[in-house]
Design a binder for this molecule. Structure first.
Ligand code: NOJ
Ligand code: CA
Length: 545
């Protein structure tokens, strides 16, 4: 347990006894002045000490990531809670699937002891997950499997029990007061996501956009942004491969109507990117839901999640022609470093894919194929590859964060030998890693095949996006890089469809890469034309030579 967690205000009453002198009056009155004793916090500077990177050049821009909630991944010590050592044991599974990077939800000591976004100590690990040396063992083990590890960095807010906030709270004259956002009189006119973000505290008001328990840092204070960069160096020096930055759209608040995507946010992001650039081969990706393309730009984060695109991918998979058009054009509207995904840990972005699609596996495969074969950096959400549904009897965010379905055991799911800390997925008996990995017709096998294509073809991993055509319930596009030329045909419709292709390389030989064993799809004519029939609700991937 961190010292900060134990720490609380020490209110000392300094008593000064005034001694009567000169004989007049003769009374002695105690005068009390409240003071506070700041608790110990670690604000120390952290110098850069890069251990280097053993990962292949460009690892962060070509492979797919898996978003992992450590608490829900695998429990190694029988307490019902996932941990670092548990994740270490599952690295071979992730490698076999074809994953090249992990994004871990916050692994720092938290007040919430759940998703971890209420950070209590930025330089300590969540005790239930293991020690800092367990964590560095995880990073090293991942590296040994060719997998990079990025961790959440929460710069917008901390826990209310974070020692810095406690010190800031103590008095208006505290040296830490300006580390958070305080007002002496109650601000009016504010509404953030439907809530008044100002909370009364001892005669003053502090700002907290997400919850009263998560006060916002004052990121206009250079001392605060410097403190955060010291924290970032702390983890980078341990070998962490980068960060997923939380709530970047929310960083600086300039007024009641100026709290989203403020100009300073881009500057802070760029400064963090510059810090990472001092290290070898690091990667940053931002959660900036207000302006994904703007923050993915090279002068801000360099990569950001493609919010909104996830919903279009799901609708396209369901055969919605307008969504297919939107999905087709998307790569032309955003940087190629956009981080694409179907679902994540926040219910605001939709339920688990299995639930969004009502268990329709043909549509599930189409959604997966689309984002794993288009440009972007794909982020799978743990369990997505085995068709995990939401947690049994759970709603909202918790439903998305159930223990990973490793086996068909409906009591423990192969996640733990104890009682899982949270309800398992409702479909654990039928959709789980044990069943899926052994089945050549399974969703897992399909995901592994798509990732193998991505990992085996530079054109798919990082190539250009060409000759894209969305028509009705079909989408075709080419991916090209140097001598690697790949054609992707997606038929979202309920009937087999003949694609009339017009922009192929003249006389191109077409060899089917997927489905495996598909042989030849024929040859384009001298004008680059060919017709290829794709079965209903399926994908065909073709090498062009
Ligand atoms: C966005 C995260 O994805 C979400 O899970 C979290 O609750 C908020 N930011 C606040 O940190
Ligand atoms: Ca455990």
């Amino acid at each position: 347990m961190s010292t900060m967690r134990k720490a609380r205000w020490a209110l000392a009453v300094a008593t000064v006894l005034l001694t009567a002198c000169g004989g007049s009056g003769g009374s002695s009155a105690p005068v009390s002045a409240p003071t506070f004793t700041p608790i110990a916090v670690d604000d120390s500077a952290v110098a850069q000490a890069d251990p280097g990177s053993p990962l292949p050049a460009g690892w962060q821009f070509s492979g797919a990531f898996m978003e992992v909630f450590v608490r829900s991944y695998f429990d190694s010590n029988g307490d019902g809670i996932g941990d670092f050592q548990g994740l270490i044991q599952k690295l071979p599974y992730l490698k076999a699937l074809g994953i090249k990077g992990l994004w871990l939800l916050p692994i720092t000591a938290s007040e919430d002891h759940d998703h971890g976004y209420a950070v209590e100590d930025y330089r300590a690990t969540e005790p239930a997950y293991g020690t800092t040396s367990d964590f560095t063992a995880l990073v090293q083990a991942a590296h040994a499997q060719g997998i990079g590890v990025i961790i959440d960095y929460v710069e917008n807010h901390s826990a209310q029990t974070n020692g810095h906030f406690v010190n800031s709270q103590g008095s208006a004259s505290s040296a830490w007061r300006d580390w958070y956002i305080w007002q002496a009189t109650q601000p009016t006119g504010w509404s953030i996501y439907g809530n008044n973000p100002w909370y009364a505290d001892n005669g003053a008001w502090y700002l907290a956009e997400f919850s009263s328990t998560m006060p916002d840092w004052n990121l206009t204070n250079a001392t605060v942004t410097a403190y955060h960069q010291n924290n970032m160096r702390f983890w980078l020096n341990l070998g962490v491969d980068g960060f997923r930055y939380d709530a970047v759209s929310n960083y600086v608040k300039n007024g009641p109507n100026a709290w989203l995507d403020q100009p300073q946010n881009y500057t802070i992001a760029a400064s963090n990117q510059a810090l990472l650039a001092q290290y070898k081969q690091r990667y940053m990706v931002c959660e900036a839901s207000g302006d994904p393309a703007g923050f993915a730009a090279s002068n801000a984060c360099g990569s950001a999640f493609g919010f909104g695109h996830n919903a279009d991918l799901i609708k396209a998979a369901q055969g919605n022609a307008a969504a297919i058009q939107a999905v087709a054009a998307y790569p032309t509207q955003v940087p190629a470093t956009i981080a694409t995904f179907l679902a994540n840990h926040d219910s605001g972005n939709g339920a688990r894919v299995y639930d969004q699609l009502g268990g329709n596996l043909a549509q599930y495969r189409l959604a997966a194929a689309t984002y794993l074969l288009q440009p972007g950096i794909p982020f799978l959400y743990y369990g997505e590859e085995v068709g995990m549904s939401g947690g049994q009897g759970l709603t909202g965010d918790p439903a998305l964060r159930s223990p990973m379905s490793w086996t068909a055991d409906t009591a423990k799911g192969g996640f733990t030998t104890a009682t899982p800390y949270r309800a398992l997925a409702g479909n654990v008996a039928t959709f789980n890693a044990a069943a899926e990995t052994g089945d050549p017709a399974s969703l897992y096998t399909f995901y592994a095949a798509m990732l193998a294509l991505r990992n085996g073809h530079p054109a798919i991993a990082q190539g250009s996006y060409d000759a894209w055509v969305a028509s009705g319930t079909t989408l075709s596009f080419q991916r090209n890089l140097a001598a690697d030329h790949v054609l992707v045909l997606l038929n979202y419709g309920a009937a087999p469809t003949s694609f009339a292709l017009t922009s192929l390389p003249a006389n191109a030989q077409m060899t089917v890469l997927y489905p495996a064993g598909g042989g030849s799809a024929g040859t384009a004519n001298g004008n680059g034309q060919a017709a290829v029939t794709v079965p209903a609700q399926s994908v065909m991937v073709i090498q062009l030579n």
